[in-house]
Write a protein of this length. Structure first.
Length: 192
């Protein structure tokens, strides 16, 4: 379920300390009924294990097209990523966040930090510098997962690219992600 940007910006997330020059592109809520505060690390680990699986369906086709275009047009060259075109956000982290262990198997994202209720990872290419922030938010059923996508487009082309892919994110990518991420929660909850 899509949420207003304020669902992310009004919370005291640590990510706000390092992404002041990023805009909130999307905020999304995932159902995790019955979740407890201490479930976040296990859910995050299960989520990253599932992210290692190849994307399927129409969403998978879109990602394959995107990665192929990035290869052909040079959007994903090493010199377009973090540490080259953009400074890695890990360099901006306060010392306490820099010392947190980071998960492996998080797909194309470079993990920044993990806390008890918060995860952040970054990606950069020729079109944008982006952050995926996951937060564990209390609600009337326990806790739910909330994702915010923060973006700093790479110039006019990056802004046009982000506008172009918006309908694909809303109509195909996020619904597929929702089904997958909620299934991961259901499987984890059933195993408890």
């Amino acid at each position: 379920m899509r949420l207003p940007n304020s669902a992310h910006t009004d919370r005291p997330w640590r990510i706000h300390q390092i992404t002041g020059d990023f805009g909130v592109e999307d905020v999304w809520r995932f159902r995790t009924p019955g979740a407890r505060a201490e479930d976040f690390p296990a859910y995050l680990a299960a989520l990253f294990r599932s992210s290692d699986d190849e994307e399927t369906g129409l969403s998978g086709v879109l990602f394959k097209i995107r990665w192929k275009l990035g290869e052909l047009l040079g959007w994903d060259r090493d010199d377009a990523g973090t540490g080259t075109r953009v400074v890695a956000l890990r360099d901006r982290l306060p010392a306490d966040l820099r010392e947190t262990p980071v998960p492996t198997g998080s797909g194309p994202m470079t993990p920044l930090y993990v806390l008890d209720t918060e995860y952040a990872g970054e990606i950069a290419n020729g079109t944008m510098h982006g952050v995926m922030h996951l937060g564990w938010v209390p609600d009337d059923t326990g806790y739910h997962l909330q994702m915010a996508v923060l973006v700093r487009p790479n110039g006019r082309f990056g802004r046009a690219y982000m506008a172009f892919i918006k309908p694909f994110r809303y109509l195909i990518v996020y619904p597929a992600m929702t089904r997958k991420w909620e299934r991961v929660w259901a499987e984890l909850a059933a195993a408890r």
